[in-house]
Design a protein around this ligand. Sequence first.
Ligand code: UD1
Length: 433
Amino acid sequence: MEQYVIKGGNPLVGDVVIGGAKNAALGILAAAIMADEFVTVTNLPDVKDVNILLEAISETGAAVVRDERHTVRLNGKTIGSCVVDNSYVKKMRASYYLLGALLGKYHHAEVALPGGCNIGSRPIDLHLKGFRALGATVSIEHGMINTSADELVGNHIFLDTVSVGATINIMLAACMAEGKTVIENAAKEPHIVDVANFLNSMGANIKGAGTDKIRMTGVTSLHASEYSIIPDQIEAGTFMVAAAATRGDVLIKNVIPKHLEAISVKLMEIGATVEEFDDAIRVTSDHRLGHTQIKTLPYPGFPTDMQPQIATLLALSDGTSIVTESIFENRFKYVDELSRMGASIKVEGGNVAIIEGVEGFTGAAISAPDLRAGAALVVAALVAEGYSTVDCIHYIERGYECFEDKLAALGGYIEKIPVDDERAVQKFKLKVG
Ligand code: UD1
C-alpha cells in the first residue's frame, strides 16, 4: 500500500497536459465490444477504473490489445460469455455499462452488482427501468444482475432523475434495438455526447445527445471505428482549483474550455484569473480569494465531482461560503479530514456545508475517503503549512493518471511512498528541506 507525502506552501507553476475523460472512456470501452470488428480507442486514460473494466472485458472473451499506454484496440467478435463476475468489477460502478452493451448485442447479460465510491446510496433502478422498457426481463440474484430479452424493441423512456449512468446504459441497450427509442430527461454531460459520437462512428443512429431528449433508431450491426476520447473535465477542473489554491499560475492543456465553464465562472467570481484558449485554460491567482455559494447540478451546472475540490478552496478563502450538494447524499465525508488541517466547516442536513474561510491549513496525516475528495485533500496538503501524508490513495488512482508526477512537475512537493515507511518520509523531508 502506498501513500503520498506532501510539503505544502509552494505555488504550482507551469504547464500540465490533461488526459482522456475517465467517465467517457468507461462508456466507450463497453460500447466498443458491441462491434464484431476491431475498434481503436485513443486518448485513453491509464487509470485503475479503466484498466479494471478492460480486464472484465477481456474475461468475456473479447480481444483487448493495448498497443500503447493511451491506445487500446478491442474486438467483440470473440466474446464467449455474457457473465461478468470478477471481484474487481464489484468495486467499480461503471461495470454496469457491460449490462447495457451485452444486453444490446446478445440480448443477455449477467453482471455483478456495481460498487464504486461510497458517496451515498447509488441505486440503478433507472437503468433497469430502461432495459425493461425495451422488452428485457431483469432479476437480481446472489449479487448478480441478470437481464435478457427475446428481442429488444425501441420505446419512449422518461428518466425520473437525471442520471449519467442510466442515460449511457440505455443508449447502449437501445442502439441495436428494433425501431425508435427516445430518452427524455436525459443527462447532458460531455461524456454522454462522447459515447453517442463514438456509437455513431460505429454506425449507430443517435441524435440529440447533449440535450435532454435523445432520439435513436436501432441498427442491425456496428462496425470498426477509430475514436479519440475527449479530455477529462474533472481532472482539468482539479488542476484549475489546485492552481488557484496554491496561488500559482498553471496552463492546463488539452481541455475543452466550454466543458469547464461552470468551474471557470466560480473561480473568476471569487477573484482568480481564468484565461481561455482554443484547447487550453490558464488559471492564475496571487492573493486570498473570496467567498461564494455553489450548488452542484447536472451539466451544465457545477459538477458534483468538483464539489470537494472547490469546497477546499473556499475553506481557505475570505468570508463564509455555502456549498450545497444536490446529486449525492453523502459527499461531505472529507470534511472531518479537512477540519484536522484547520478548516472550519459545518455540514447541515447532510448536504449543505457552511464554510468559514480560514487563513491557512496545517499539515496532518489524512486519509482519502473517495476519489474526488482524495484529490481535494491532496490540494489541501499542497497549500498547508508543513508536511502531510495522504493514505488510501488507491481511490485517487482510480481516476487520476500520474497525479503526483503532474503536481511535482508544476513544483508541488509530493512523492508516492510506501505506507508506514518512516525512512521514506525522512528522506523526502531531507530532499525538500
Ligand atoms: C456518474 C459519474 C460520477 C458522477 C455522477 C454525477 C461515471 C462512471 N460516474 O455517476 O463520477 O459523480 O455521474 O455527475 O460516469 N440515480 C437514481 N437511480 C438510478 C441512477 C441514478 O436514483 O438508476 C440517482 C443517483 O442516486 C444520484 C443521481 O441519480 O442521486 C445522479 O446519479 P448518476 O448521474 O446516475 O451518477 P452515476 O452515473 O452513478
